[in-house]
Unconditional design. Structure first.
Length: 256
């Protein structure tokens, strides 16, 4: 993934990224490190987390990893304390950790899927944002949440996912209002169809892809770089007067 030269440097800043073991989270971590940030990475996937960190260290980046679940409030409080000890600050928090569990509303395991999805996708962002609030407040930092186009439109057989991302959009707006007096901006990105491991099964169905692209004016599946560029824009001084926004990164899907 190439670095967008129009995004300002994050030299000496500290960026905390959850769900950093793969996909959008890994790409976001690599991009912040490439722009000079020191990065703190959180994920439950220890192997993937180590691989992301190895990529960053190979480019002489500064990185610390925290094998934690965002669904565990105490784990996030502990992680924030450790980041404070290691780095002394947090300028950017990217709440990216998420799960996509598909299933019919009437399925036997629907309640379990509901709890797991809400715990990670919504409560995880709440716990993590709250844990890092003191560090963010000290720096006048910012939060960028990774939502989804399904924060705005529902998708079949994904009741829990749709509800969690809709909740994350509203959490973004509510936190933007509450934290603005503290000098903290809160925004979100809403990716559409992006080429990641999470969407691999859907993208393997050519008929489903063709049907999806009929609603995408730019007529392509997005790349993780499209999302990362939006995240870094919202985290940068270029977006200094932007808060409470959920920015679609969807090739125009929500415009149709």
């Amino acid at each position: 993934m190439s670095i967008n030269p129009q995004i300002p440097s994050f030299t000496d800043a500290v960026a905390v990224i959850t769900g950093a073991a793969a996909g959008i989270g890994r790409a976001t971590a690599l991009a912040f490190a490439a722009r000079g940030a020191r990065v703190a990475l959180i994920d439950i996937d220890a192997v993937g987390l180590a691989a992301t960190a190895a990529h960053i260290r190979a480019q002489s980046g500064v990185v610390q990893t925290y094998h934690r679940s965002v669904a565990d409030e105490q784990a996030m409080l502990d992680a924030a304390a450790e980041v404070g000890q290691s780095f002394g600050r947090c300028d950017v928090l990217v709440n990216n950790a998420g799960v996509l569990l598909r299933g019919a509303f009437g399925a036997a395991d629907a309640p379990q899927q509901w709890r797991r999805t809400l715990d990670v996708n919504l409560s995880g962002a709440f716990y993590t944002s709250r844990a890092f609030l003191p560090l963010l407040r000290a720096q006048g930092g910012c939060i960028v949440n990774v939502a989804s186009i399904h924060s705005c439109v529902a998708v079949e057989n994904s009741v829990a996912y749709t509800a969690s991302k809709g909740g994350l959009k509203q959490l973004t707006q509510a936190l933007a209002l509450e934290l603005a007096p503290l000098g903290i901006r809160v925004n979100a990105v809403a990716p559409g169809g992006i080429a990641t491991a999470m969407t691999a099964v859907t993208r393997a169905d050519s008929a489903a892809v063709s049907k999806f692209l009929e609603r995408v004016p730019l007529a392509r599946i997005g790349d993780v770089a499209d999302v990362v560029n939006a995240v870094q824009f919202l985290a940068s001084d270029l977006a200094a007067y932007i808060t409470g926004v959920t920015l679609p990164v969807d090739g125009g899907y929500l415009a149709t």
